[in-house]
Design a protein around this ligand. Structure first.
Ligand code: COS
Length: 384
């Protein structure tokens, strides 16, 4: 409802993503959810439209835009299927560490393929015993001559199997814990690297989530990103940059759910009139619209803040992720309620949207962790 004074280029990005959503995603969203399929066709359409390269600098094959443009694409795609937008956004998540810490040779080697969508990326931090407590990772990467040898297991990795490029956080100095962590580029097909089982998920079923196994996986030492010991900081900076994208997913998903339920409520006749005429129903939609607009404003402001070159982005990034995804959970649950029995049936997309929303409150850092980060940043900002 609000005008965010987007530039012509930004409006074009929304139009392009919207066309892809309508033509290549919406007609199949139900089927992909039921069959738990990550279909390449919408990804090809995004690749053809240059969406994968939105925030990648032009010198590395991208379009040279920023976080806001990427968020606009993610938001728009998420309206149609947040599972599909997860594959797209997670590839961006995997590209950030290369942008943050890669040297010129690494950027030249990997970013053009990511920007064009020819290769997908994945970001591998989480392990069976290291989720919220990311510094508890156990995977090691020990130097042997001109190689690093990786051993360990990564868990719940989005784009596992479909990605060609994996950013893996592993300990080069296990005694030092998180301060001994480093970031590596691992390629699909590297010896000793195997993709584990595909998880069966509540939602986001059009995206793949797998384990990754490293068993004496030998990679050239040139695959180290930045310096040894920088891995944890690179991971945290990556998440600072990518979390507004999860907020954008939430805004798009909530918008889609609200529009679906609104259309239903205006057509569904009960007691001789559309159910939208009942105040309990219309006020629920008013509440949805308010919360979605507030979430969108926070996501766009955070994206613009990041694009301004600001350094202290952790708090805003965490706020945009936690606030918007809580809104999406609330809105999608209310959308199911507003559609009654239709909302509960798997023939319609409302219940899928509610299942999809749940993951947004969990991945890229639970909303409890986001609140820890916000509180930590608050204490730093308001000194006694
Ligand atoms: N940017 C730069 N540096 C950061 C940082 C950031 N956003 N966040 C932390 N650091 C630095 C700290 O300054 C500290 O540096 P020193 O060792 O030099 O003091 C170091 O990293 C460790 O920070 P901290 O003590 O805050 O780490 P914790 O182990 O307490 O963990 C949380 C911090 C909980 C915030 C982190 O583990 C986290 O984000 N967990 C969630 C992980 C996640 O999102 N998982 C999802 C899977 S990836 S899709």
């Amino acid at each position: 409802m609000l005008d965010y004074f987007l530039t012509e280029a930004q409006k074009t990005i929304v139009e392009v993503a919207d066309r892809i959503g309508r033509e290549y995603i919406l007609p199949y969203a139900h089927q992909w959810d039921e069959e738990e399929v990550c279909d390449p066709r919408p990804l090809w359409a995004m690749s053809k439209a240059d969406l994968f390269g939105l925030f990648i600098p032009e010198e590395f094959g991208g379009l040279g835009f920023g976080t806001l443009e990427n968020c606009l694409a993610i938001e728009t795609l998420s309206k149609y299927c947040t599972g599909v937008s997860t594959t797209f956004a997670a590839s961006g998540l995997g590209a950030y560490p290369i942008l943050i810490a890669g040297n010129k040779a690494q950027k030249q080697k990997y970013l053009p393929a990511v920007a064009s969508g020819r290769k997908l990326c994945a970001f591998a931090l989480t392990e069976p015993q290291a989720g919220s407590d990311a510094s508890a990772i156990k995977t090691t990467a020990l130097k042997e001559g001109d190689y690093y040898v990786l051993n360990g297991i990564k868990q719940w990795i989005t784009n596992g199997g479909v990605a060609d490029i994996y950013i893996v956080i592993a300990l080069t100095d296990p005694k030092k814990g998180a301060r001994g962590a480093s970031a590596f580029i691992v390629e699909k097909g590297d010896p000793g690297f195997a993709i584990g089982k595909k998880e069966k998920k509540m939602g986001l079923r059009a995206s793949t989530t797998t384990e990754l196994f490293f068993s004496r996986c030998r990679i050239p030492k040139e695959r180290l990103l930045g310096r040894e010991g920088m891995g944890f900081i690179i991971a945290m900076k990556t998440l600072d940059l990518s979390r507004p994208g999860v907020g954008a997913q939430a805004v798009g998903l909530a918008q889609g759910a609200m529009e679906l339920a609104l259309s239903h409520a205006r057509k569904r006749i009960q007691f001789g009139q559309p159910v939208y005429n009942f105040q309990a129903v219309s006020h629920t939609f008013a509440e949805m619209a308010m919360r979605i607009e507030a979430a969108r404003a926070l996501v766009y402001s955070t994206a613009r803040f990041i694009d301004s070159g600001a350094k202290n982005i952790s708090g805003a990034s965490a706020m945009s992720k936690a606030f918007a995804t809580d809104v999406a959970m609330w809105v999608t649950e209310r959308a199911v309620q507003m559609m009654g029995g239709f909302g509960y049936m798997r023939d319609f997309l409302a219940e899928k949207m509610m299942r999809d929303a749940k993951c947004l409150q969990i991945y890229e850092g639970t909303n409890e962790i986001q609140r820890n980060i916000i509180a930590r940043e608050l204490a730093k900002f308001y000194k006694d």
